[in-house]
Design a protein around this ligand. Structure first.
Ligand code: FMN
Length: 501
């Protein structure tokens, strides 16, 4: 009897809760309906109340699920799954051999096809690329050991554990780490690697209270033995003509101190170095930094046309070869960024494929290939792309996003928010927990080694003992006819290329 009453009342409570829940649900629907038909912001929700909300939900979910369920191996942008997997396996240190055959469409325009030699280099004849001197006229020239290095990404755009892992990994791999435009932090120095100190348009880390370049701060920076070179950033592929942008929620107290700005405020650098108004000014500033610091100095730029480079190289020859920038880093218009406006990212500045060839031609025409080292960046994160750059005229290859993948990046495209799910570009401590510095530093080292090895394989297959001996006649480019032509026929080298002399 008691049990029956108890069961009955239990059922009664359950059905009351159920009816209440349905009632709440219907009420929520009515509220959403009223909100949707009365709001004026979203036409789809106004015309299709409630149901129109699913569009937003599915669009957001699509962003997360496309790469797992729908996109083919070679489809995604900026980097497809095949490229990301290659880096993932390389960084893991496991074999990145693949089976059965290439999944790449070898007929698509711009595919590089390397010219295999009937007599490839034997393993015993292969050479490690020798160190290359950058800045022979500086008081402390830099003997750069590695053909592959870490491109500029600031502490700010990157998290503390990401910078620490890069620093330790770069040391293990024997390559340099570029600070990016946010100044030098203790985390860059921690691993003991070689450092390129980048001077962005806001001159973070080397500016006086009024924002001008400070000789005293330059000397302080150069006093770190690890700082091997200075790079004046003129422009960056993803945003030529726009300075660095670090959204306020990424400006922590430590970052604010290093940069000399306010916590939580957007950190926006000027569109260019205000004191640089002509070619001569660039050479003067490069020379000044080299003189004050005693270390090599060059600049990073995006190329839209090579006329101004021609002018600059002619001026170098007029002033004397020692006035030359010690290196020029050419960044492709398809380069990456922590944050940039889409019109600049998509449509301003030449992709590296055109830009590097133009810059190398201009340099060689003025007989400066031994004096000015070319550093190339812009999607050079697989062996074929990096080997192409050496064919085109590069002395060094640097990559930013390649190293982000080595750190565990999943291309969630959230670098401009503080919500990077892998802890690489966020200052949220909870998310940073996912990035183990020791483990990721080993991945960084493995990635560099596998990339160097892969570029070496291509050069040996082309019959040259090391990558810097690759030339334009070693690579063919697929045309829109489906046939390929030699890069040396597409873009005939002008002047003498004495890179390896
Ligand atoms: C998160 C992030 C931050 C970056 N920060 C800088 C920077 O501070 N200074 C700079 O010159 N370039 C910066 N870059 C651009 C890279 O250094 C590089 O030139 C560009 O991404 C092309 O190389 P990649 O295709 O290998 O990534 C940044 C790129 C990324 C992805």
């Amino acid at each position: 009897m008691f049990v029956e009453i108890f069961t009955m009342s239990g059922l009664g409570i359950l059905s009351t809760v159920f009816v209440f829940a349905i009632g709440l649900f219907l009420l929520a629907l009515v509220i959403m309906f009223v909100i949707d038909v009365t709001q004026t912001h979203d036409a789809v929700r106004r015309n299709y109340p409630v149901i129109g909300r699913f569009r937003k939900v599915f669009t957001t979910l699509g962003e997360f699920f496309r790469q797992y369920f729908f996109a083919m191996d070679r489809e995604e942008m900026p980097f497809n799954r095949a490229e990301r997997d290659w880096i993932e396996k390389s960084a893991d240190g496991v074999s990145n051999m693949t089976a059965f055959g290439s999944t790449r469409n070898l007929n698509s325009v711009g595919t590089p096809i390397f010219v295999n030699d009937p007599f490839p280099t034997l393993d015993e004849d292969a050479l490690n690329p020798p160190p290359v001197t950058i800045g022979p006229n500086a008081r402390t020239p830099y003997e750069a050991e590695s053909i592959i290095n870490v491109s500029g990404m600031s502490y700010g755009a990157l998290s503390k554990p990401a910078v620490r892992a890069l620093s330790k990994g770069a040391k293990m791999a024997g390559c340099w780490l570029n600070t990016g435009e946010g100044g030098l932090s203790p985390h860059h120095l921690e691993g003991g690697c070689d450092i390129v100190f980048q001077i962005g348009t806001a001159k973070y880390g080397v500016r006086d209270v009024d924002g001008n370049l400070s000789d005293e701060k330059l000397r302080e920076a150069a006093a770190h033995e690890q700082v091997r070179m200075f790079e004046l950033k003129l422009s960056q592929g993803a945003k030529p003509g726009k300075g660095g942008i670090l959204p306020g929620d990424k400006v922590s107290a430590e970052i604010a101190t290093i940069r000399g700005i306010k916590v939580g405020e957007d950190s926006i650098s000027p569109n260019r170095h205000v004191e640089l108004k002509c070619i001569g000014d660039i050479l003067d500033m490069v020379g000044h930094i080299r003189e004050v610091t005693g270390k090599p100095c060059g600049f990073k730029t995006v190329v839209g046309d090579s006329g101004w480079l021609d002018e600059m190289f002619a001026e170098v020859n007029r002033r004397g070869i020692e006035s030359a920038p010690d290196f020029i880093a050419i960044d492709g218009g398809d380069g990456g960024t922590g944050a940039a406006p889409m019109p600049l990212m998509d449509n301003v500045g030449l992709p590296l494929r055109e830009a590097l060839v133009m810059a190398a031609d201009s340099r060689d025409k003025h007989c400066l290939s031994k004096r000015i080292r070319l550093i190339a960046s812009g999607k050079l994160l697989t062996p074929a792309e990096a080997a192409w750059a050496f064919c085109a005229g590069a002395d060094f290859v640097v990559t930013a996003r390649g190293f982000m993948f080595a750190l565990g990046c999943i291309q969630s495209l959230k670098c401009n928010k503080n919500t990077c799910p892998t802890g690489i570009t966020t200052h949220d401590r909870r998310l940073q927990r996912g990035l183990d510095v020791e483990e990721k530093s080993v991945r960084v080292k493995n990635f560099v080694e596998k990339l160097r090895y892969g570029v070496g394989l291509i050069s040996h297959s082309c019959g040259v003992p090391e990558p810097r001996l690759l030339r334009r006649h070693h690579v063919r480019m697929v045309q829109d006819t489906g046939r390929s032509i030699l890069l040396s026929d597409m873009c005939r080298p002008v002047g003498e290329d004495t890179r390896a002399a």
